[in-house]
Design a protein around this ligand. Structure first.
Ligand code: BG6
Ligand code: MG
Length: 215
């Protein structure tokens, strides 16, 4: 019996995954290298610090801890500039209707995101009041694919993972959900999320009941 839905934020509720890509790529370019959208799939869902470590490895660049702190802050400043201009029009198609449907049925709604900018983004697009629980990067110590973020969400909801569906656009996020014992639904292209039992392109034209029937 599904009693809650836990949503990743970037790439599931809003299209900020592309803003992360733009800002990380700008940083890599300043350091004299580039990375591809395919490589980018590997850092989706991953914390800021771990993303930077992976990107530096791709570029074959070594930095001290102090330099890494400065680089992560530089990327975040660019990212925050992008998200501070967001409007509710950047909420992905079908999300608001889906959330309204959950509300009407009494299904709990939680956020499970690695981003420390989650609250800024939710406020910016006017979605804060939908969420019964918000677990974000300010509350976690381990990055996806560790299931911590979702387990904290289930705990705060007072539910076992088996009563919750996790919606994720990242391979590492699907892995985190499955490791934690959650139902996991992929958002995006099936080829990018091979571990997900099923993948939907987004929330447009699909109901909670149709998703539950396919679990
Ligand atoms: C995740 C994104 O939601 O949050 C990652 O998918 C990002 O790309 C991570 O690195 C951390 O986000 P932030 O906003 O704290 O740098
Ligand atoms: Mg995501």
């Amino acid at each position: 019996m599904i009693k809650a839905c836990i949503f990743d934020l970037d790439g599931v509720i809003v299209d900020t995954a592309r803003y992360h890509f733009i800002a990380w790529r700008r940083l890599a370019n300043e350091l004299g290298f580039d990375f591809t959208e395919k490589e980018n799939e590997q850092i989706k869902g991953v914390s800021r610090t771990e993303s930077l470590n992976l990107i530096l490895r791709w570029g074959g660049v070594e930095k001290t801890e102090a330099e890494k702190t400065e680089l992560a802050a530089r990327k975040n400043d660019w990212y925050v500039d992008l998200v501070c201009n967001m409007t509710p029009s950047e909420i992905l198609e079908g999300v608001v209707a889906f959330l309204d449907g959950l509300r009407a049925k009494g299904i709990k709604i939680a956020l499970g995101s690695a981003s420390k900018n989650s609250m800024t983004i939710l406020r910016q697009v006017g979605l804060v009041e939908y969420f019964d629980v918000v677990i974000d990067g300010t509350k976690t110590t381990r990055s996806k694919p560790d299931p911590e973020v979702f387990l904290l969400g289930a705990q705060a909801l007072g539910l076992p993972p088996s009563d919750c569906i996790v919606f994720e656009d990242a391979e590492k996020g699907i892995e985190a959900a499955l490791t934690g014992g959650f139902h996991a639904v992929g958002i995006g292209e099936p080829e990018a999320l091979p571990a997900a039992k099923f993948v939907i392109p987004g929330f447009a034209g699909i109901t909670f009941e149709e998703i539950v029937a396919r679990l």
